[in-house]
Design a protein around this ligand. Structure first.
Ligand SMILES: C[S@@+](CC[C@H](N)C(=O)[O-])C[C@H]1O[C@@H](n2cnc3c(N)ncnc32)[C@H](O)[C@@H]1O
Length: 224
């Protein structure tokens, strides 16, 4: 049964065609030698138009990326998700829409610098990233030092990170991590209204329905 499910997944992934720019496969914590040779994506040719690129890391089933691409044709979106069986749903949702400004990457955030050229990303979106509450897993948080160092290599000089979460502890911890690792906080909101310009993610919809406040921050690279 497991094998059949896997085969089915492979067929579905194959249907995603050019929508999926690269794929690592699940469970790789370090890259194989072959993967290390993976060529960097030619971002200029991945989209019809050369325009600023927004990178969403941990896109889940893709609701935010799809709506963002629809509302902002002036931006290109790359949505990253490590789990194949999750990103395949995002791709299947996006496929019939034929959005020229949305592409997906089935890779781990840890390896993003292997795939994306330096300084090619104008904005990174971290939407409801896993908070990993146990202290021993703090280095898996997408706002921990190692990740922030990678984001620095990917972001343009005036690039920014926007983060949304429901988790206050993770939010405060992230604020500190940004400050310690060369980022300047430009905006902090402890109860984000669901205004017209807010695009609600799948997790956000759940938290909002429970009446939980949504926290948002924006940071830029600190100019030395
Ligand atoms: C809590 S879900 C949030 C999904 C979506 N952003 C939302 O707000 O509805 C976090 C997602 O990030 C993905 N993720 C966690 N760590 C990741 C990593 N290191 N690289 C890529 N994706 C990751 C998980 O697989 C999961 O789908």
């Amino acid at each position: 049964m497991r094998m059949r499910l896997k085969k089915h997944l492979e067929e579905r992934i194959a249907q995603c065609g050019e929508l999926l720019l690269a794929r690592e496969g699940d469970g790789y914590y370090t890259l194989t030698e072959q993967q290390k040779l993976a060529y960097r994506i030619d971002i200029a040719h991945a989209f019809d138009e050369v325009q600023p690129v927004v990178l969403e890391i941990g896109c889940g089933k893709g609701a935010w990326a799809i709506q963002s691409a629809q509302r902002h044709p002036e931006l290109n979106f790359v949505a990253v998700e490590k789990l194949s069986n999750v990103i395949v749903v995002a791709c299947e949702n996006a496929l019939p829409l034929h959005l020229p400004n949305l592409r997906f990457l089935n890779v781990r955030a840890e390896n993003l610098d292997r795939y994306l050229p330096p300084h090619s990303i104008s904005r990174i979106a971290l939407n409801f990233s896993c908070p990993f509450p146990k202290k021993t897993y703090a280095n898996r948080r997408l706002t921990s030092k190692n990740f922030l160092e990678k984001y620095k290599t990917l972001l343009t000089d005036d690039g920014e990170i926007r983060q949304k979460t429901d988790n206050r502890d993770f939010f405060e911890w992230s604020l500190e991590s940004y400050a310690q690792n060369g980022f300047e906080v430009t905006d902090v909101c402890y109860d984000l209204p669901d205004a017209d310009d807010n695009i609600v993610t799948e997790y956000e919809a759940k938290f909002r329905s429970l009446g939980l406040p949504i926290l948002e921050l924006k940071v830029h690279l600190r100019k030395e």
